[in-house]
Design a protein around this ligand. Structure first.
Ligand code: ATP
Ligand code: MG
Length: 571
């Protein structure tokens, strides 16, 4: 591709409405343009990277035995009514009507449509296992589209769906997808973790998210420093130390803590560590219960764990008037002594003695509080948010904390959709069996954005070779110099002939300007052809990721660079 004839509109300034690096750099490198909130044009350079990811995904899905299909983006309401999701799905579902008043939605995901294909065309166990996938534009009317391709409203997703006769088969399909996903993100050249994810109230038994590690990631994840355990922090378990508390050593005493409400304020005032306090959280559930949750003072509650313990859909901090009614004091002074509410506590609390709690009285706390003697806890459970250094639930290792971007998700669906839509086959005994499903998504645009979040510097993008829009950039330093033009053109053609994807910067611009664009656009390998080097029959070779400039003899440059590309791709 010749830059002079290419649509690659780079920007000097960082667009003011772009908050994260990938969004800024994709705009500045002329990859995308905004059309409406969360809706983008993919310009030629951007599309090339998307296609790279798609191609890797396609090859690995095919290798794993899945078959590509393409379902409509516009989906009739009837299918969604059959599954019940027409009512359940929130405003993310864009509903529309055709000229005959028929109701439709723009597909945010395609369980219903795929299940419809399978119930109509798959009849026998002999046709199983079956895994069908598509790479397609999805629409989710996200409440706050942001961060460019990271959280769009219209975005490209690969979604796959597996169908098996029984749970054992579904487990095998799930494992195959899990392995395929590992290969996909490895081939993309990304640092990632596959983490155990909460299955939420969608049900389903098991789920993993594939997280690209990046400081800007929206998700927090943990992984063990010595075994394979990794999980979204929402789900991350913590091994309970199983310690018993020491015998009470101090009497229960009320102390004044005027206007000291937070753990920090109270501990500073009483000159103790926050870990000597117990945090009493008054919580409300969607089922209408109000209860108290106890945590060590320096810990945070994990809502998802509490929901699982209570078997409810959501929990929230009780409002001020509820706290006042339940404890008799304004919030900041709640405590478990004499409290007339169900009390659950984190495992860690079990090991505490002579601690400090709120006294359910304005401006007062108790010191010397102890379980059993002063406080009746109904149940101990793993309720707190995992932190760096916590014990791994699977081995003796310690947990590390990372930030990640969810680029892929594999999910055991069970029979939710096959039951609702009646997708059954006959087994070898002639009995009808409801199919067991799995679903597997990869955000194609989000993967490209995540690659940039993980690989950039202050000057621009540093593409991993496998997802780079071009592999090699040839910079023609002075296009008006006959010898330079000829040598650069020649090199360009030789690289093309060797099957290398190359962009030739043949613009009549100053060298500094071209190098700035080169760093911004981030093509991994750069060859510079200039008059000075050519005098000695040489060109300059440099990697965007860093390292020395190397001089290559002009005659060997194409072969050498093509070899670097092959090596870089692991071929
Ligand atoms: P999130 O939690 O980030 O909202 P999700 O869990 O709802 O995503 P899934 O239904 O699991 O998303 O979709 C599969 C994949 O599609 C995700 O792993 C992600 O890579 C991608 N994806 C989901 N929503 C968006 C979006 N709004 N913009 C871009 N990619 C998305
Ligand atoms: Mg997900």
């Amino acid at each position: 591709m010749r830059y002079s004839q290419y649509l690659l509109p780079t920007l000097k300034e960082t667009p003011s409405d772009a908050e994260v690096v990938s969004h800024q750099l994709m705009l500045r490198a002329g990859m995308i343009r905004k059309v409406a909130a969360g809706i983008y044009d993919y310009l030629p350079l951007g599309l090339r990277s998307l296609r790279k990811v798609e191609q890797i995904v396609r090859e690995e899905m095919d290798r794993a035995g899945a078959h590509e299909v393409l379902m409509p983006m516009v989906v009739p309401a009837e299918l969604w009514q059959e599954s019940g999701r027409w009512q359940q799905y929130g405003k993310e579902l864009l509903r529309l009507k055709d000229r005959k008043q028929g109701e439709f939605c723009l597909g945010p995901t395609h369980e219903e449509v795929i299940t419809d294909i399978v119930r109509n065309d798959v009849r026998s166990y002999r046709q199983l296992p079956l895994n069908l996938y598509q790479i397609q534009t999805k629409f989710r009317d996200e409440i706050r589209p942001r961060f460019g391709l990271m959280r769009g409203r219209e975005f490209i997703m690969k979604d796959a769906y597996s169908f098996d006769m029984d749970d054992a088969g579904a487990d095998r399909s799930y494992d195959r997808m899990y392995q395929a996903y590992r290969r996909i993100f490895e081939r993309c050249g990304l640092k990632f973790r596959a983490v155990e994810a909460d299955t939420g109230n969608i049900g389903g038994s098991s789920s993993h998210e594939f997280m690209v590690l990046a400081a800007s990631g929206e998700d927090e994840i943990v992984s063990c420093d010595s075994c394979e355990y990794a999980a979204n922090v929402e789900k991350a378990e913590i091994r309970s130390a199983g310690q018993k508390a020491a015998e009470p050593g101090a009497p229960l005493e009320k102390v004044l803590t005027p206007a000291r409400k937070t753990i920090e304020e109270v501990s500073a005032f009483l000159k103790v560590e926050p870990r000597q306090l117990i945090k009493t959280l008054i919580m409300q559930t969607d089922t209408g219960e109000t209860l108290a949750v106890l945590l060590r003072g320096d810990r945070e509650l994990n809502d998802v764990k509490l929901c699982r313990l209570l078997d409810c859909a959501w929990v929230e901090m009780a409002t001020e008037d509820v706290v006042l009614k339940a404890t008799g004091a304004p919030s900041g002074f709640a405590g478990p002594v004499g409290l007339d509410l169900r009390i659950v506590a984190d495992f860690e609390v079990q090991a505490m003695s002579d601690f400090i709690v709120g006294a359910n009285e304005k401006d007062a706390h108790f010191t010397g509080a102890n379980l059993g003697r002063d406080i009746e806890v109904e149940q101990f459970a793993d309720l707190r948010k995992a932190e760096a250094g916590d014990p791994c639930p699977r081995c003796d290792g310690l947990l590390e904390v990372w930030r990640g971007i969810e680029v892929g998700h594999v999910f055991k669906l069970g029979t939710k959709y096959s039951e609702a839509l009646g997708a059954k086959v006959l087994d070898d005994q002639g009995h009808e069996r409801t199919l067991v499903m799995g679903c597997y998504g990869i955000g194609v645009g989000r993967t490209v954005a995540a690659a940039i979040e993980q690989n950039h510097d202050e000057n621009g993008i540093i593409w991993p070779l496998a997802v780079a829009p071009f592999q090699v950039l040839v910079v023609m330093l002075n296009p008006n110099d006959e010898a330079v033009r000829e040598a650069a053109d020649d090199l360009y053609r030789q690289l093309l002939a060797a099957g290398v994807e190359v962009l030739l910067d043949d613009r009549d611009e100053r060298p500094g300007f071209k190098f700035k664009d080169a760093d911004l656009v981030g093509i991994p390998l750069r060859v510079t052809v200039g008059a000075r080097g050519l005098k000695d029959g040489q060109v300059e070779f440099k990697e965007r990721a860093g390292g020395e400039v190397r001089m290559l003899p002009l005659g060997e440059a194409a072969a050498e660079v093509a070899e670097q590309v092959r090596k870089g791709l692991g071929l």
